[in-house]
Design a protein around this ligand. Sequence first.
Ligand SMILES: Nc1ncnc2c1ncn2[C@@H]1O[C@H](COP(=O)(O)OP(=O)(O)OP(=O)(O)O)[C@@H](O)[C@H]1O
Ligand SMILES: [Mg+2]
Length: 351
Amino acid sequence: MIELQHIWQTYPSPDGKGTLDAVKDVSVTIEDGEIFGVLGRSGAGKSTLVRCINLLNRPTRGKVLVDGQDLLALDDAQLRTVRHKIGMIFQHFNLLSSRTVYGNVALPLELTGMPKDRIRQKVEPLLKLVGLTEHRDKYPSQLSGGQKQRVGIARALANDPKVLLSDEATSALDPETTVSTLALLRRINRELGVTIVMITHQMEVVKQICERIVVMDHGEIIERGAVLDVFRSPKHPTTRSMLSGILCTELPPSVIEKIHTEFAAHPGQCNKALRLTFVGEEATQPVISTCATDYGVNFNILAGQISEIQGKTFGSLTVVASCSPEAYDRVHAFLLANHIQIEELNDAVVA
Ligand SMILES: Nc1ncnc2c1ncn2[C@@H]1O[C@H](COP(=O)(O)OP(=O)(O)OP(=O)(O)O)[C@@H](O)[C@H]1O
Ligand SMILES: [Mg+2]
């Protein structure tokens, strides 16, 4: 288990006159075996925070506990031993261009003084795991981005780490290569039991592999929880805006215009602009049509998105409901009973 307790990181400010708190009193616990996401925009403090886990950054204040061991209390030799158990991969791969694929993966083992034949016994299965056996004698310049990242992953696994820190490891890759790289990381998590901490600004990454996340903004955690819960009801404006591609959290002007048109078309009725979110196999189509047939509500779907999060269907629909106030109350209860989350948007539309 990794425990970051009340972490502060203070840097000199860029103008050299004062200080900048890049991380402000952040506490996070990461359980063994999970894939944990640290999400946020550029400059939010993600790398600064996560680099405290292997003390690449020494926090200005706070405690770093890995399996109960207080890393800040260790001497250099003890810290080196702990660091062997924490691998790291990077956005720009950080490979040595003068070494082959094999040589890059072997490097951390050479540094421990391991004999050559033992190194071979370790490196060959790793190259197989990441699918690079045929490319073992190539140099980084002869590889694609995805292949380079797989070298980075194999190298990070050389010392049999318990934890893998991934700092924007897929940000320089195209969408397809991102998907296959994430699939490899998930396999490593499942098959080798490695805990993975993913730093990312990409919702696609979170959607595909993270189980729990924290969202950072200006050095603070503004949201935390299971991915599905955060996606279902993001509370902070920054989270909502980061999710807008997936959730329609921000209404485009064209949809606002359609809502006004719908409202105008049903004068004297209770008109509600709603965002309905649902997870899993709840079939919305029958639910929506039941609203019309059994409750006499006119439902107009204006925008919608369906995506998949950790194998579960996740949907978001923007609709206008027009009916009597009594019918609206009944339909509201009916939707909730069908596990559909309802957010009323009238204020946002009028504002
Ligand atoms: N070594 C440093 N010295 C001074 N300021 C720093 C240092 N490292 C980071 N910062 C500042 O701390 C803040 C947080 O930076 P950090 O790199 O942790 O953000 P991030 O969320 O990882 O961003 P990105 O997505 O761009 O990588 C930024 O304002 C950055 O300029
Ligand atoms: Mg960063």
